[in-house]
Design a protein around this ligand. Sequence first.
Ligand SMILES: [Zn+2]
Length: 112
Amino acid sequence: MTVCPHPDFDAEVDVNRLEDIGAFTADVRIRCIACGEPFAFVGIPAGLSSDGPRVSVSGLEVHLPLRPVSAGLGNPTPYGFSVTAVGGGGTNATAGESGPHRHVVERRRGIA
Ligand SMILES: [Zn+2]
């Protein structure tokens, strides 16, 4: 049995209007096209919330709260930006590194 390198992906997105609370969500699922294996979302708590992302109990579907840009994002926006990769020699590893490592590429807050 060969291990699929998961070369291509299929993403399903359902955008929902929650009329009773005047909110919107996007529900996203990702699957490898080559082998059909679903992907689980990592580091997101399970449940439903209009305040932030949540995943299904299985972790295979992420529920993302949305709002139209015209509704405003606040000033400053609530968004920071950071890139963190934790792994054991995967594709993000620098040549010569081995074993678990962490890369924090950038961390800023309050950018548009
Ligand atoms: Zn695959």
